[in-house]
Structures are given as structure tokens and as C-alpha cells.
Design a binder for this molecule. Structure first.
Ligand SMILES: C[S@@+](CC[C@H](N)C(=O)[O-])C[C@H]1O[C@@H](n2cnc3c(N)ncnc32)[C@H](O)[C@@H]1O
Length: 310
């Protein structure tokens, strides 16, 4: 069935170049901070087409597309738009990160990391690295997981029984997903509250260590990253672990090529931060780098920094 549908798509594409302009991709999930980058339609921005089946029209210039949907391979769908041209909705820039993690996204985020084997392996590796980072930091007695997202790190954090655990995120939906997804015994270990990384509702040196995974690469402005790093520095007594996307690897190269083709009207919601830049920011915020841990040397863009407070 897939082969037939794909053949139809290819024939239409060759025979009717005009229609071919309207062969677009849909998104695997709700169009949000997480899936925008995985939505191939997003790469069609320069041509003016980004059709994402599940996107809310006020969040991205996408239209639900009537037509033949061909699932091939599993996650990528080719959509032939029957009644073209499909008008674009009024363009709105992607919402800023604070509003991006709504209920749909939270559900999607939890599911994504438990989805394909590659995602599971990548999440497992990330959690292992976070555990290693905490060991390198001397197994701190109190840890703040911020942003905690859907609580991916909670089971690992809760494995150390004497540890005091706090968790925060500025998205109520993500917090709710974390609480709902945690085993009762794990949930009971955490003091959970809404938190804005720019103004953490904690006293100075309130926790030994802050675990800040996958937040900083959402902020393109160095001043924003620095503000967050200073807040982490303030509330941490001894140090922190942060993770973000850095350059100097194959994925970052690929990403930059993709970015070069992006419609400038729609800036990316996540960026590659040059290692030299983030490392200078870490020092400026008052940290010393104890260790750099890469997800996959030379290949993966995700890096963890284990930091000591100076
Ligand atoms: C990519 S998720 C990472 C979540 C978690 N650390 C993980 O790795 O699974 C980014 C998270 O940052 C949160 N976030 C975005 N801006 C924030 C802010 N200003 N303060 C606190 N959390 C924020 C989002 O709600 C989202 O849960």
C-alpha cells in the first residue's frame, strides 16, 4: 500500500510540477517547540509551504491539508493537496518558549522519549550522563531539576535515597505531565513548583546542585543565557550540570546547513551554541568547568557541562 501511494506521489510530482509544489510534509505530532524542527514541512518555509496536519493555525502558518496522505516511512507523510493553492493562514512567528510547552506538547514530549528505539537509547544515554555528572559533582545531597519537563530524570535522581529533591518548570502542563508520569514513590520524593529560570523562587545557595538539561539552547541571545546561568549560580551551593547543543560535531554541521535554508521570518526555536561562546558565558556567570560530557563524541550535538561554583 505504501509503495503504491508513494508511486502515485512520485508520478504526480513528475507529471504535474505545479501540483508538485504543493507536495508537502505533515508533522508527526502537534506543531510545537519540539516538533517544529522535526517537521519537514518547516523546511519548505522558503517556498512558502509548510503544511502540518495537526498544527493549530494560530501557532504556525499551516493549514490542515485535504488530500491523499501517504505514510512512508512510518513517521513521514507526504500530503498531496487536492485543491491547491492552499491559502496560508496569517503568518505568526513561533510563540516564545514560555508559551510553547502546553498540554499537547507535554503529552507529545513524554511520548517521544518513550517512542522509537533510537529515542529511548538517546534518552537512556542522556540520563546515564546526568547520573555520571552528579557522581562527578560528589553526589550532591540536594538537587534541583530545572527545567524538569516531563520528569525524565526523576527516577534516576530518586534512586539516591538520602537526597533532597526539588523540581520546577515554567510550564504547568509539563509539571503536570511529570507528576502524572511519575511512580507514586518517586513523586513523593520531589518538592515540585512552577519556576521561571530567569527568577528562581529559591534563596541563595538553596540546593547543592542544579540540573539544567536542554534549556539553554532555546535562547539565542547571550544575555538571556547569562541571566539564567547567574540564577543557577545564585541558588546552587556547590555547582550545576547544564546541557545544551554545541558546535564541533556532525549533527551541528547538519543543523547549520538546514538553518541556512530556513525562512528568516521563522527563526529556529533551538540553536547551536559555539563551545567557545558558552564556555565563556559559564565562566562569566561564575562557574569553573569540571568536566565536559558529550552524548556522542564528534557526532552528537548534545553536551553536558559539569560545573563548580567558583
Ligand atoms: C526541552 S524541555 C527539557 C525538559 C527536561 N529538562 C528534559 O531534558 O527532559 C525544555 C523545558 O524548559 C521549560 N522552560 C522553558 N522556558 C523556561 C523558563 N524560562 N523557566 C523554566 N522552564 C522553562 C519548558 O517548559 C520545557 O519543559
Amino acid at each position: 500500500m505504501h509503495a503504491v501511494a508513494l508511486a502515485v506521489a512520485v508520478i504526480v510530482r513528475l507529471r504535474y510540477p505545479d501540483v508538485a509544489r504543493h507536495i508537502v510534509f505533515d508533522c508527526p505530532g502537534p506543531l510545537d517547540g519540539l516538533s517544529v524542527d522535526r517537521c519537514p514541512g518547516n523546511r519548505c518555509g522558503a517556498a512558502g509551504w509548510a503544511v502540518c496536519a495537526t498544527a493549530a493555525s494560530d501557532r504556525w502558518p499551516c493549514q490542515p491539508a485535504p488530500g491523499l496522505v501517504v505514510r512512508w516511512p512510518q513517521k513521514i507523510s507526504l500530503v498531496l493537496i487536492a485543491n491547491f493553492p492552499v491559502p496560508m493562514t496569517n503568518s505568526t512567528k513561533p510563540p516564545d518558549i514560555a508559551n510553547r510547552y502546553d498540554e499537547g506538547t507535554a503529552r507529545h514530549y513524554s511520548a517521544v522519549h518513550r517512542g522509537s528505539w533510537s529515542r529511548r537509547i538517546s534518552s537512556w544515554r542522556e540520563i546515564s550522563l546526568a547520573r555520571r555528572a552528579l557522581a562527578l559533582a560528589g553526589n550532591p545531597e540536594s538537587v534541583l531539576d530545572m527545567p524538569c519537563g516531563a520528569g525524565r530524570f526523576w527516577p534516576m535522581l530518586a534512586r539516591t535515597s538520602a537526597r533532597r529533591l526539588l523540581a520546577g518548570d515554567n510550564s504547568p502542563a509539563m509539571l503536570a505531565a511529570a507528576v502524572a508520569g511519575a511512580a507514586p514513590a518517586t513523586r513523593a520524593r520531589f518538592e515540585v513548583s512552577p519556576m521561571d529560570a530567569f527568577a528562581l523562587p529559591l534563596a541563595d545557595a538553596a540546593v547543592d546542585h542544579v540540573l539544567c538539561m536542554r534549556l539553554l539552547h532555546h535562547f539565542a541571545a547571550p544575555a538571556d543565557r547569562l541571566r539564567i546561568l547567574r540564577e543557577i549560580h545564585r541558588v546552587a551551593r556547590s555547582g550545576a550540570t547544564i546541557s545544551l547543543w554545541v558546535d564541533g560535531n556532525l549533527q551541528a554541521r547538519r543543523r547549520r546547513c538546514q538553518e541556512a535554508r530556513r525562512d528568516p521570518a521563522f527563526p529556529p526555536n533551538r540553536i547551536i551554541v559555539a563551545r567557545a561562546v558558552i564556555e565563556a558565558e559559564l565562566v562569566e556567570a561564575g562557574f569553573r568547568i569540571r568536566k565536559r560530557l558529550d552524548m556522542l563524541h564528534w557526532i552528537g550535538k548534545r553536551r553536558l557541562y559539569v560545573l563548580d561554583k567558583v
